[in-house]
Design a protein around this ligand. Structure first.
Ligand code: NDP
Length: 484
């Protein structure tokens, strides 16, 4: 039963994966009167400028080596050029289709939508950009995050991940800054698509926080595949190459080749080749610089702190286990809370919120043992503790094997894969599983069930192998590689 003293039972701000799911379930399953405001495209980061277009680019990039490999198997296939414009047209059409699906799902659940920015006026009132106000018994903030550039002179010369999908042409050369998910994934994607990729990462090894052995293999593979990876390196200075008459002559072919299309141009990003001086003193000119230096919660200028919602150091909305903020009628889910910034997690947080608030069954969000994948080439799939973190916690056995998989070994390629289990000595429970291999994202989804279920090494071993596969090693490793 709706509370008639408010315009809505629920007002959701943000039409990404988390917000849309919460709105649909609250309206469709619990019969709540729901509205949702979105000032950009429906589908949010994941669908419009993240996971979905990125994965389609991963697929596009993955065809790069197909002809060579197929020849080793007897096929008469020849390499051809990659047509970015043709791919981009199809990509945009697919994103339009998906956005349409999101709008249809909301309308079909009876959610009223407002295509404009919304801010909070008080604990129960949302103010829309057109000046109208709407009252709601509950307000859910699901505004996500946005990419950030480092605070340094001329940082606006660099593009961010939002811009990459709008490039009019692919650059001949690119410098990617960062060593996280986005930096490594796009280094591999663009390398596969034929761009000369350099990557600067300030730390000692990319993919900080992941298992050392696994990220070491990813890093080595990236270098073997042709990415010019510089560890312990950052940008010291940068400027438009055209504004440095004494600087090195650009070696790039197409001055503004990588410029984003006008709609993505909010600054000087992509306005010409960029001269970069690195922290170790080298000077290079790149067609494009791409900052993949992290994302911040999108919580600014929303009136949150003014009404008493607490924000953390990075601007994240502070919530309890039920996604409730310091203002009881205001909840927040997804990247704006900076808990585990992954789409399926935002969706689960949205589901737990609706169950708690509209289903009368308080459900805390379970953030334990979430499997995830980094879509590098090769992919890395991971769930649970790294060897390093597990060893700090208790005595462990490590079962690991690295080998050349049958498919590419036959084609005389040097690519290696890694299958690794971290096992508790005391309980025999598998504490972590790390896979570096083609399709590791698919494999870790399944291994994740076993690790989430806290199965023991002996239960893994009781599972008969599927032969011949790469992942059969996960159930056939008999002796520990080492203990720690
Ligand atoms: P990450 O936080 O993963 O990585 C940011 C990288 O930038 C780190 O290597 C960091 O270095 C570096 N960095 C930060 N500030 C600076 C600076 N001032 N100068 C130089 N380097 C800097 O962020 P991403 O943007 O890659 O991804 C954001 C989030 O999006 C991820 O955490 C993940 O949750 C999600 N995501 C998930 C994907 C997936 O599931 N496949 C794909 C893409 C994104 P340092 O390590 O030293 O801090």
């Amino acid at each position: 039963m709706s509370d008639t003293s408010f315009d809505y039972d629920l007002f959701v701000i943000g039409g990404g994966s988390g917000g849309v799911r919460a709105a649909r379930v609250a309206a469709g399953e619990y019969g709540a009167k729901v509205a949702l405001a979105e000032d950009d495209r429906y589908g949010g980061t994941c669908v419009i400028r993240g996971c979905v277009p990125k994965k389609l680019m991963v697929f596009a990039s993955g065809y790069a080596g197909v002809a060579e490999e197929a020849r080793a198997y007897g096929w008469d296939l020849k390499e051809g050029p990659f047509d970015w414009a043709a791919f981009q047209g199809k990509l945009n059409a697919e994103l339009d289709r998906l956005e349409g699906v999101y709008r249809t799902l909301l309308a079909g659940s009876g959610v009223e939508t407002f295509d404009q920015r919304a801010t909070l006026q008080d604990a129960h009132t949302v103010k829309l950009a057109d000046g109208t106000t709407k009252s709601a018994k509950h307000i859910l903030v699901a505004t996500g995050g946005r990419p950030v550039r480092p605070d340094m002179p001329n940082a606006d010369l660099g593009i961010v991940s939002d811009d990459i999908f709008h490039l009019k042409t692919l650059p001949k050369s690119i410098l990617i800054v960062g060593g996280g998910y986005i930096a490594c994934e796009f280094a591999c994607i663009l390398n596969g698509l034929g761009v000369e990729v350099s990557q600067y990462y300030r730390g000692a090894q990319v993919l900080r926080g992941f298992d050392d052995e696994a990220r070491g293999l990813v890093s080595n593979s990236m270098i073997e595949n042709g990415i010019d990876l510089h560890l312990g390196t950052n940008i010291a200075e940068m400027a438009l190459a055209s504004e440095r008459p004494d600087g090195p002559t650009p070696t790039t072919s197409d001055a503004a080749g990588g410029a984003p299309a006008p709609e993505a141009e909010a600054n000087r990003a992509g306005s010409g080749p960029v001269w970069v001086k690195s922290t170790n003193g080298t000077e290079t000119v790149f067609d494009l610089v791409f900052y993949a230096t992290g994302r911040d919660p999108a919580s600014t200028d929303m009136g949150l702190e003014e009404i008493g919602v607490e924000l953390g150091r990075r601007g994240e909305i502070v919530v309890d286990d039920y996604s409730q903020t310091a203002v009881p009628s205001v909840y927040a889910i997804g990247d704006v809370t900076n808990r585990v910034n992954l789409t399926p997690v935002a969706i689960r947080e949205g589901m737990a919120f609706t169950k708690t608030v509209f289903g009368g069954e308080p459900e805390p969000v379970d953030h334990d043992l979430i499997a995830s994948a980094v879509f590098t080439q090769p992919e890395m799939g991971t769930v649970g503790l790294s060897e390093e973190d597990a060893a700090k916690q208790e005595e462990i056995e490590v079962y690991a094997t690295s080998f050349k998989p049958m498919q590419t070994a036959f084609a005389e390629q040097s690519a290696r894969v890694l299958m690794k289990l971290i096992v508790s000595k005391a309980t025999r429970v598998v504490l972590g599983c790390h896979i570096v291999a083609p399709a590791a994202g698919e494999l870790i989804q399944l291994a994740g069930i076993a690790v989430k279920a806290k199965l023991t090494k002996e239960q893994f071993d009781a599972t008969c192998a599927v032969h011949p596969t790469m992942s059969e090693e996960l159930v056939t490793m008999r002796t520990p590689t080492r203990t720690a």
